[in-house]
Design a protein around this ligand. Structure first.
Ligand code: KG4
Ligand code: ZN
Length: 337
């Protein structure tokens, strides 16, 4: 089968990204992180779309230049359709539709979550399905039985905050900055994870998660302490919080894998970049003779390589392409039986 040149575009949140593939193989990708949000302690939607407008053209030209290709070489387009910020998604979609019309090539709308899951297999021709996926991002914390792309079963999910959201909120409570996940991860390396035992919420007989109690627990703990004590134990508190999150995520994942007979476990989403979660799951899966897939760190957080890769999958499987794709800010995976 012909291996087409695919251009992938991702603008769902605060990364403006483009990637070029030849068939299932990545040629080049660029992710431009919007720095404008840092001083606001979170993503400001209006600024995000304005930045995408400014950055997308140069990012696309840049990635094609690095790949030593031109726009005329692009044979397939893939763009994130959702979930994400409405204005940001629209920037990517309008741009991609314009290109698809101008170049007269097929356009595929990609579910960003599906991109995260299959980012593990970028560059691979075949997918090692079925598997159990721990999807942990800023908006999602789910355990999913993945039969194949577009064929999923929900095993468990958070009943309140997502894991990434908990990292970001606790980082804010501790005055560490934004985005909280990578900062807590880095700070925790110098801290004592056993310094304080924060609460771990588990639901007997269910694979669900909950992180809002843990966040409240951290808040109560720090509000009782002297600011100087917190300052001198910041790394210890961060490491203790991170340990509680990692304990819950890893134990629920291993339990579900055992109960449901999964030998393959796949991590996906921004929190899959967490060094402690990665090493804990490596250790646990090794002990139980299971195969663990962890995305390359470059593809854990938002990127366009995962979008182009899914674009290739849709093209290869002859799924219908269409020009009238709508932005779907709350797009979900569709869970069958
Ligand atoms: O997948 P992602 O880039 O965006 C969404 O689709 O949500 O995930 C972003 C989330 C943020 O909450 C961020 O704090 C978290 O992933 N994150 C991390 C790490 N890197 C990113 N959380 C813990 N440890 C990390 N190293
Ligand atoms: Zn994402």
């Amino acid at each position: 089968m012909h291996s087409p040149i695919i251009l992938g575009i991702e603008t769902s949140c605060d990364e403006t990204a483009a990637a070029v593939f030849r068939g299932h193989e990545l040629i080049h990708h660029i992710t431009a992180t919007q720095l404008v949000h840092t001083s606001y302690g979170g993503v400001v939607p209006e600024y995000a779309s304005r930045e995408h407008n400014k950055l997308l053209g140069p990012v696309v030209s840049g990635v094609l230049e690095q790949a030593e290709l031109s726009l005329a070489d692009v044979e397939v387009l893939a763009v994130t359709q959702g979930p994400g910020l409405a204005g940001s998604l629209l920037v990517g979609l309008s741009y991609a539709k314009g290109l698809a019309l101008g170049l007269d090539v097929p356009l595929y709308g990609i579910n960003h979550i599906e991109g995260h899951i299959f980012a593990n297999f970028i560059g691979q021709k075949n997918l090692p399905t079925p598997f159990l996926c721990l999807l942990v991002s800023g908006g999602h914390t789910q355990l999913i039985h993945v039969e194949s792309p577009q064929n999923y079963k929900l095993i468990g999910q958070t009943r309140d905050d997502a894991a990434g959201e908990a990292f970001d909120k606790v980082a804010r409570l501790l005055g560490i900055g934004y985005p909280g996940g990578p900062l807590i991860d880095r700070l925790s390396k110098t801290g004592d994870a056993d310094f304080h035992q924060f609460s771990r919420t588990l639901f007997p007989g269910s694979y669900d998660f909950s992180f809002s109690g843990l966040k409240t627990n951290v808040l109560q703990y720090i509000s009782k302490q002297d600011p100087a004590f917190i300052k001198s134990h910041l790394a210890d508190i961060a490491a203790s919080f991170q340990e509680a999150v990692v304990d819950v995520l890893s134990s629920q994942t291993m339990q579900a894998a055992k109960d449901l007979g999964h030998d393959r476990i796949v991590m996906a989403g921004g929190v899959a970049a967490n060094s402690r979660l990665r090493s804990r799951l490596q250790e646990l899966t090794r002990n139980e003779d299971k195969t663990l897939f962890q995305p390359d760190l470059r593809y854990c957080t938002d990127n366009a390589a995962m979008i182009a890769y899914m674009g290739h999958w849709k093209y290869k499987n002859q799924l219908p392409d269409r020009l009238d794709i709508a932005a779907i800010p709350n797009l979900k995976l569709s869970f069958g039986g």
